[in-house]
Write a protein that binds this ligand. Structure first.
Ligand SMILES: C[S@@+](CC[C@H](N)C(=O)[O-])C[C@H]1O[C@@H](n2cnc3c(N)ncnc32)[C@H](O)[C@@H]1O
Length: 235
């Protein structure tokens, strides 16, 4: 059997990350997740209660929204339950989307797409809001994803996302980490870590303006710091 590796870095990243997240999905839905249980608020960080409150995305009523790297779909479902005319969950891992469909497939206004966010976005209708929570904006090269995202958003449309900043003494840019899973498997994942100044520059250079960066510190002793970022499509 021949195994063809994609040459383009974006395709390599997407295939490495899809493998990891499909493996995670195969371990089952997150503990305590009930079908149809839409969260009451968007958690922008992995520390519940930290980060922006509800309203960070504005009023979603009647809007077309996409979540890039939606995982098991809770926050895409939140957008649909809060008035979005269309809420599209995009994830590179087919099994994560299978879980999302199983949990939320019965809700109206939802659609799901499997694939690398940059590739899927190119085939979506124009959007009012794109958001991502430790999703594609963290796992894919923003230099490639941001222009495609800008191209899909209407002028004035909102991009909001959370990513981790580089850890202390970590160089910024493309990183490979190993996730250790509950079953002992160690799987590489690729992500892109930049500080606030670099994110502002990247957004500014790729069709966005009015950028706001909210740094959120992890609990005491945590080496992690999350940046919650919001910007508007120019034009
Ligand atoms: C840390 S999880 C976050 C999931 C969800 N946003 C949440 O808050 O629970 C990252 C997700 O991003 C997806 N992902 C990684 N790279 C992606 C890409 N290039 N395009 C779309 N999804 C991607 C992974 O498959 C995974 O489901």
């Amino acid at each position: 059997m021949t195994h063809e590796m994609p040459h383009d870095t974006a395709l390599v990243d997407a295939s490495v990350n899809a493998r990891a997240w499909n493996h995670i999905a195969a371990q089952g839905a997150p503990e305590g997740t009930e079908p149809g249980q839409v969260p009451e608020r968007i958690e922008w960080t992995c520390w519940p209660g930290r980060g922006p409150r509800n309203g960070f995305l504005g009023d979603l009523t009647g809007l077309r929204v996409a979540e890039l790297g939606c995982g098991t779909g809770e926050h895409t479902a939140y957008a649909a339950a809060h008035g979005a005319r269309l809420a599209i969950g995009v994830d590179v891992a087919a099994q994560r989307i299978d879980t999302a469909r199983a949990l939320f497939g019965h809700l109206p206004a939802l659609a799901w797409r499997v694939g690398d966010a940059a590739q899927v976005l190119a085939g979506l209708p124009h959007l009012d809001v794109c958001f991502s929570i430790y999703g594609a904006l963290w796992y894919a090269d923003p230099a490639q994803l941001l222009p495609v995202t800008a191209n899909r958003l209407r002028p004035g449309g909102l991009l909001a996302f959370s990513v981790n900043a580089p850890r202390p003494r970590e160089l910024p840019g493309r990183r490979v980490d190993n996730l250790t899973l509950a079953d002992g498997a160690r799987l590489p994942v690729v992500h892109y870590a930049y500080d606030a100044v670099t994110w502002c520059r990247l957004l500014d250079g790729n069709g966005f303006a009015d950028t706001e960066v909210l740094p959120v510190e992890g609990p005491e002793g945590s080496p992690y710091r999350t940046l919650v970022i919001r910007a508007r499509r120019t034009g």
